[in-house]
Unconditional design. Sequence first.
Length: 63
Amino acid sequence: MIERKLFSDLLTHLFQKEISLIIGPRQSGKTALMDLLREHLDEKGERTLYLNLDIEYTISRFY
């Protein structure tokens, strides 16, 4: 997997009150980056919630 500087930036920003928004073109690694972050947090015993807004069922829960 490609090492990304953004991952370490996200780790340092994780427990701030602000949110981090990750945007980019298709196939640029956004989901892979979030999977890495989720795995990292799972290993530390932190709770996570992953919502994929490409899935119709998930989107319908926000209306």
